[in-house]
Design a protein around this ligand. Structure first.
Ligand code: ZN
Length: 151
């Protein structure tokens, strides 16, 4: 646990801890139009992403699941980031976040807003899949909804 705590300190702990303890949009969406389930077997994280599309726009986004602080906070921040975005904008955010968590500072943090919190994740390879799980699951939902695994 001590190790986890120092990891989180490097990961802009306040925002991550806040979103893991009080996840936003944490609910099953009964009237979702797109939905996918994701699983990260390395850590045991599970996340279901629900999207309600209004034409080309994400009218609502929510998630459910159980996982570590990083996967939960990542999913929580994802649902906040997606609302009101078009499908193309959501995919662009996915690309930027994916680059950010795998390559670190390769992305301009100004483009990502709060999501830049995960820039430190690239230093912890075991955590990359925790941070990216919700995003891969969101992408699967946009593409028609399937079960995804990070393996
Ligand atoms: Zn995890």
């Amino acid at each position: 646990m001590a190790e986890m705590s120092s990891e989180l300190q490097s990961l802009y702990q306040e925002l991550v801890i806040d979103h893991s303890k009080r996840p936003r949009n944490f609910r099953k969406m009964e009237d979702s139009t797109l939905h996918a389930d994701g699983y990260n077997p390395l850590c045991g994280d599970r996340v279901s992403i629900f999207l309600k599309m209004d034409g080309d726009k994400v009218a609502d986004a929510s998630f459910q699941g159980a996982g570590c602080a990083i996967s939960t906070s990542s999913a929580s921040l994802l649902t906040e980031a997606l609302k009101g975005k078009t499908r193309a904008e959501a995919e662009a955010i996915f690309d930027n976040v994916h680059k950010l968590v795998t390559e670190g500072a390769a992305v301009d943090p100004a483009k990502l807003g709060k999501l830049a919190v995960f820039s430190g994740v690239s230093k912890y390879p075991a955590r990359v899949k925790c941070a990216s799980l919700a995003w891969h699951t969101m992408k699967a939902a946009l593409e028609g909804g399937q079960k995804v695994s990070t393996e």
